[in-house]
Design a protein around this ligand. Structure first.
Ligand code: COA
Length: 129
């Protein structure tokens, strides 16, 4: 398994993994590709024998905030250390001093296995017009 910088051909398998989780906003592959190369975004992809098995997206202003936008490992490959390797590589390649994230479902146990601290999180929506 190696971790590489995102390339356009990774968009379809990443979108597919995220859609399998039932996540919003991952159905349009062109949108996914656009987002994962946007300014301030670093997207890393775990590839094993040519197959995409995971991905991490870090969104940053380059000096104050680093946000983990996405972390996903293919369902068949979980528990092998790929998620941990993606986080480690995300710190190395972005120079992040910290990584903030929102999480739900079973993944808090994963994040508790890493150095860090738990904080409250919110997702805000636009005001109703
Ligand atoms: C969360 C996720 C990225 C973890 O990736 P992974 O490659 O399976 O994680 P690792 O193999 O590196 O696991 C690291 C540690 O966390 C634990 N862990 C991982 N996922 C876990 C889970 N769902 N529940 C409990 N513990 C978990 C592992 O047991 C391991 O502990 P250990 O080192 O004591 O053995 C992966 O399960 C996933 O893609 N889940 C669905 C998407 C998701 O929830 N993403 C995060 C939302 S922000």
């Amino acid at each position: 398994m190696k971790i590489v910088a995102f390339r356009p051909e990774h968009a379809v398998p990443i979108a597919s993994m995220c859609n399998s989780e039932g996540w919003d906003f991952w159905t349009d592959v062109a949108d996914v590709e656009h987002a994962l190369v946007a300014p301030g975004v670093t997207t890393l992809v775990a590839v094993d024998e040519g197959e995409v098995v995971g991905a991490a997206e870090v969104i940053s202003d380059g000096g104050i905030n680093w946000v983990l936008g996405v972390l996903i490992v293919s369902s068949a490959r979980r528990g092998e250390g790929i998620g941990t390797a993606l986080i480690r590589e995300a710190f190395t390649r972005t120079g992040a001093l910290r990584l903030d994230l929102l999480t739900e479902n079973e993944s808090p146990s994963f994040y508790r296995s890493l150095p860090g601290r738990e904080m409250a999180g919110f997702r805000l929506y636009p005001p109703e017009s």
